[in-house]
Ligand binder design. Sequence first.
Ligand code: C5P
Length: 224
Amino acid sequence: MRIAAIVPAAGSGERLGASLPKALVAVSGHSLICRAVETVAQYVDLIVVAAPHGYEKPISVAVEKWSMKTSVITGGITRRESVSLALATLPDDVDYVLVHDAARCFTPGSVFLEVIHGLKAGNEAVVPLLGMVDTIKRIDQNKFVVRTEDRNFLGRVQTPQGFSLSTLRAAHARECSVEATDDSMMVEEMGRPVLTVLGHDLSRKITTSADLEWAEALLARRAP
Ligand code: C5P
Protein backbone atom coordinates (compact mmCIF):
# COMPACT_ATOMS: atom_id res chain seq x y z
CA MET A 1 0.00 0.00 0.00
CA ARG A 2 1.74 3.17 -1.13
CA ILE A 3 0.60 6.50 0.28
CA ALA A 4 1.73 9.83 -1.17
CA ALA A 5 1.15 13.34 0.09
CA ILE A 6 0.76 16.58 -1.78
CA VAL A 7 1.52 19.67 0.27
CA PRO A 8 0.26 22.83 -1.44
CA ALA A 9 2.56 25.57 -0.17
CA ALA A 10 2.53 28.01 -3.06
CA GLY A 11 0.28 30.65 -1.51
CA SER A 12 1.54 34.21 -1.28
CA GLY A 13 0.41 34.74 2.29
CA GLU A 14 -0.97 38.19 1.43
CA ARG A 15 -3.45 38.06 4.32
CA LEU A 16 -0.57 37.44 6.70
CA GLY A 17 1.13 40.65 5.62
CA ALA A 18 4.58 38.99 5.71
CA SER A 19 7.42 39.80 3.31
CA LEU A 20 7.95 36.07 2.63
CA PRO A 21 5.48 33.52 1.21
CA LYS A 22 3.42 32.07 4.04
CA ALA A 23 5.00 28.60 3.94
CA LEU A 24 8.38 30.13 4.77
CA VAL A 25 7.14 32.19 7.70
CA ALA A 26 8.58 30.80 10.93
CA VAL A 27 6.78 30.03 14.16
CA SER A 28 9.12 29.60 17.09
CA GLY A 29 12.12 29.15 14.80
CA HIS A 30 10.70 26.68 12.26
CA SER A 31 8.85 27.50 9.04
CA LEU A 32 5.27 26.39 8.46
CA ILE A 33 6.40 24.12 5.58
CA CYS A 34 9.06 22.48 7.74
CA ARG A 35 6.52 21.82 10.48
CA ALA A 36 3.92 20.49 8.02
CA VAL A 37 6.31 18.13 6.23
CA GLU A 38 7.71 16.87 9.55
CA THR A 39 4.24 15.57 10.45
CA VAL A 40 3.23 14.38 6.96
CA ALA A 41 6.47 12.41 6.56
CA GLN A 42 5.49 10.11 9.43
CA TYR A 43 2.47 8.80 7.55
CA VAL A 44 3.37 8.62 3.85
CA ASP A 45 5.96 7.09 1.54
CA LEU A 46 6.53 10.10 -0.68
CA ILE A 47 5.74 13.82 -0.58
CA VAL A 48 5.42 16.45 -3.29
CA VAL A 49 5.54 20.06 -2.12
CA ALA A 50 4.19 22.80 -4.40
CA ALA A 51 6.40 25.85 -3.81
CA PRO A 52 5.73 29.47 -4.75
CA HIS A 53 7.35 30.40 -8.07
CA GLY A 54 10.87 31.67 -7.35
CA TYR A 55 11.00 30.12 -3.86
CA GLU A 56 11.69 26.51 -4.82
CA LYS A 57 15.22 26.64 -3.37
CA PRO A 58 14.37 27.96 0.13
CA ILE A 59 11.43 25.54 0.32
CA SER A 60 13.79 22.65 -0.61
CA VAL A 61 16.21 23.78 2.08
CA ALA A 62 13.39 23.94 4.64
CA VAL A 63 12.41 20.30 3.94
CA GLU A 64 15.95 18.99 3.38
CA LYS A 65 15.73 16.63 6.35
CA TRP A 66 13.02 14.67 4.50
CA SER A 67 14.64 14.96 1.04
CA MET A 68 14.80 11.14 0.69
CA LYS A 69 11.05 11.05 0.21
CA THR A 70 10.27 14.66 -0.71
CA SER A 71 10.35 16.51 -4.02
CA VAL A 72 9.62 20.18 -4.58
CA ILE A 73 7.84 21.48 -7.67
CA THR A 74 6.77 24.95 -8.76
CA GLY A 75 3.16 25.57 -7.75
CA GLY A 76 0.45 27.30 -9.76
CA ILE A 77 -1.61 30.47 -9.64
CA THR A 78 -4.42 28.80 -7.70
CA ARG A 79 -4.43 26.10 -5.04
CA ARG A 80 -6.18 23.77 -7.45
CA GLU A 81 -3.45 24.31 -10.04
CA SER A 82 -0.74 23.69 -7.44
CA VAL A 83 -2.35 20.38 -6.47
CA SER A 84 -2.86 19.38 -10.14
CA LEU A 85 0.77 20.04 -10.98
CA ALA A 86 1.92 17.97 -8.00
CA LEU A 87 -0.55 15.19 -8.84
CA ALA A 88 0.88 14.91 -12.35
CA THR A 89 4.29 14.00 -10.90
CA LEU A 90 3.04 11.07 -8.77
CA PRO A 91 3.93 7.56 -9.94
CA ASP A 92 1.04 5.27 -10.96
CA ASP A 93 1.78 2.73 -8.23
CA VAL A 94 0.55 5.11 -5.52
CA ASP A 95 -2.69 3.87 -3.93
CA TYR A 96 -3.73 6.83 -1.80
CA VAL A 97 -2.97 10.55 -1.82
CA LEU A 98 -3.28 12.87 1.16
CA VAL A 99 -3.53 16.56 0.28
CA HIS A 100 -2.45 18.65 3.25
CA ASP A 101 -2.16 22.45 3.38
CA ALA A 102 1.25 23.69 4.50
CA ALA A 103 -0.71 26.34 6.40
CA ARG A 104 -2.24 23.64 8.68
CA CYS A 105 1.08 22.61 10.12
CA PHE A 106 -0.22 21.84 13.63
CA THR A 107 -2.62 19.04 12.63
CA PRO A 108 -2.17 16.18 15.10
CA GLY A 109 -1.07 12.78 13.80
CA SER A 110 -4.34 11.26 15.02
CA VAL A 111 -6.19 13.07 12.20
CA PHE A 112 -3.83 11.59 9.59
CA LEU A 113 -4.45 8.15 11.06
CA GLU A 114 -8.25 8.63 10.94
CA VAL A 115 -8.14 9.69 7.29
CA ILE A 116 -5.86 6.79 6.30
CA HIS A 117 -8.08 4.40 8.24
CA GLY A 118 -11.10 5.64 6.27
CA LEU A 119 -9.28 5.09 2.97
CA LYS A 120 -8.11 1.61 3.93
CA ALA A 121 -11.71 0.76 4.86
CA GLY A 122 -12.56 1.24 1.16
CA ASN A 123 -13.67 4.89 0.96
CA GLU A 124 -12.37 6.79 -2.05
CA ALA A 125 -12.47 10.23 -0.39
CA VAL A 126 -12.12 11.05 3.32
CA VAL A 127 -11.99 14.52 4.85
CA PRO A 128 -11.70 15.82 8.44
CA LEU A 129 -14.61 17.98 9.53
CA LEU A 130 -15.38 20.01 12.64
CA GLY A 131 -18.93 20.70 13.73
CA MET A 132 -20.31 24.22 14.15
CA VAL A 133 -20.63 25.68 17.62
CA ASP A 134 -22.37 28.88 16.54
CA THR A 135 -25.87 29.25 15.13
CA ILE A 136 -25.51 29.39 11.35
CA LYS A 137 -27.52 31.81 9.18
CA ARG A 138 -27.81 31.91 5.40
CA ILE A 139 -27.89 35.54 4.22
CA ASP A 140 -28.72 37.28 0.93
CA GLN A 141 -26.65 39.82 -1.08
CA ASN A 142 -28.12 42.65 1.03
CA LYS A 143 -26.96 40.94 4.23
CA PHE A 144 -30.50 40.05 5.41
CA VAL A 145 -31.03 36.66 6.99
CA VAL A 146 -32.75 34.20 4.67
CA ARG A 147 -32.97 31.40 7.22
CA THR A 148 -31.27 29.58 10.07
CA GLU A 149 -29.50 26.41 8.98
CA ASP A 150 -29.53 23.19 11.00
CA ARG A 151 -25.98 23.22 12.32
CA ASN A 152 -26.12 19.52 13.11
CA PHE A 153 -25.67 18.90 9.40
CA LEU A 154 -23.00 21.53 8.74
CA GLY A 155 -19.28 21.58 9.38
CA ARG A 156 -15.91 23.08 8.47
CA VAL A 157 -13.60 20.87 6.48
CA GLN A 158 -9.89 20.76 7.00
CA THR A 159 -6.92 18.83 5.64
CA PRO A 160 -5.37 16.24 5.29
CA GLN A 161 -7.95 15.17 2.72
CA GLY A 162 -7.41 11.60 1.54
CA PHE A 163 -8.29 10.12 -1.85
CA SER A 164 -7.61 7.07 -3.91
CA LEU A 165 -5.16 8.13 -6.63
CA SER A 166 -7.65 7.36 -9.41
CA THR A 167 -10.42 9.41 -7.76
CA LEU A 168 -8.23 12.47 -7.25
CA ARG A 169 -6.90 12.22 -10.81
CA ALA A 170 -10.42 11.94 -12.22
CA ALA A 171 -11.56 14.93 -10.14
CA HIS A 172 -8.67 17.11 -11.31
CA ALA A 173 -9.17 16.12 -14.94
CA ARG A 174 -12.64 17.70 -14.94
CA GLU A 175 -13.72 21.30 -15.35
CA CYS A 176 -15.09 22.67 -12.08
CA SER A 177 -18.09 25.04 -11.98
CA VAL A 178 -16.44 27.27 -9.34
CA GLU A 179 -12.86 27.77 -8.19
CA ALA A 180 -12.24 24.82 -5.89
CA THR A 181 -11.00 25.82 -2.45
CA ASP A 182 -10.42 22.21 -1.50
CA ASP A 183 -10.10 18.90 -3.34
CA SER A 184 -13.17 17.19 -1.97
CA MET A 185 -15.35 19.80 -3.73
CA MET A 186 -14.26 18.35 -7.06
CA VAL A 187 -14.96 14.80 -5.95
CA GLU A 188 -18.45 15.88 -4.80
CA GLU A 189 -19.06 17.44 -8.21
CA MET A 190 -18.36 14.04 -9.78
CA GLY A 191 -21.16 12.67 -7.62
CA ARG A 192 -18.77 10.47 -5.65
CA PRO A 193 -19.15 9.90 -1.86
CA VAL A 194 -16.90 11.82 0.52
CA LEU A 195 -16.68 10.42 4.06
CA THR A 196 -16.07 12.81 6.95
CA VAL A 197 -14.01 11.98 10.03
CA LEU A 198 -13.49 14.13 13.09
CA GLY A 199 -11.23 17.13 12.50
CA HIS A 200 -9.26 18.96 15.18
CA ASP A 201 -9.01 22.49 16.60
CA LEU A 202 -5.22 22.34 16.17
CA SER A 203 -5.74 22.01 12.39
CA ARG A 204 -6.33 25.76 12.25
CA LYS A 205 -5.18 27.22 8.93
CA ILE A 206 -2.55 29.88 9.58
CA THR A 207 -3.95 32.77 7.54
CA THR A 208 -3.75 36.03 9.48
CA SER A 209 -1.38 37.54 12.03
CA ALA A 210 -3.88 36.52 14.74
CA ASP A 211 -3.37 32.88 13.68
CA LEU A 212 0.39 33.35 13.96
CA GLU A 213 -0.02 34.76 17.46
CA TRP A 214 -2.16 31.73 18.33
CA ALA A 215 0.59 29.43 16.99
CA GLU A 216 3.34 31.19 18.94
CA ALA A 217 1.27 30.95 22.14
CA LEU A 218 0.58 27.25 21.49
CA LEU A 219 4.30 26.48 21.13
CA ALA A 220 5.22 28.62 24.14
CA ARG A 221 2.80 26.54 26.25
CA ARG A 222 4.35 23.32 24.89
CA ALA A 223 7.93 24.41 25.60
CA PRO A 224 9.50 22.61 28.60
O1 C5P B 1 -5.02 30.57 0.30
P1 C5P B 1 -5.32 29.44 1.24
O2 C5P B 1 -4.93 29.75 2.64
O3 C5P B 1 -6.68 28.86 1.10
O4 C5P B 1 -4.33 28.28 0.79
C1 C5P B 1 -4.39 26.98 1.33
C2 C5P B 1 -3.09 26.26 0.98
O5 C5P B 1 -2.94 26.24 -0.44
C3 C5P B 1 -1.86 26.97 1.56
O6 C5P B 1 -1.01 26.00 2.14
C4 C5P B 1 -1.24 27.63 0.34
O7 C5P B 1 0.17 27.73 0.40
C5 C5P B 1 -1.66 26.70 -0.80
N1 C5P B 1 -1.72 27.37 -2.11
C6 C5P B 1 -0.97 26.85 -3.17
N2 C5P B 1 -1.00 27.48 -4.40
C7 C5P B 1 -1.70 28.61 -4.58
C8 C5P B 1 -2.48 29.15 -3.51
C9 C5P B 1 -2.48 28.50 -2.28
O8 C5P B 1 -0.29 25.84 -3.02
N3 C5P B 1 -1.64 29.22 -5.75
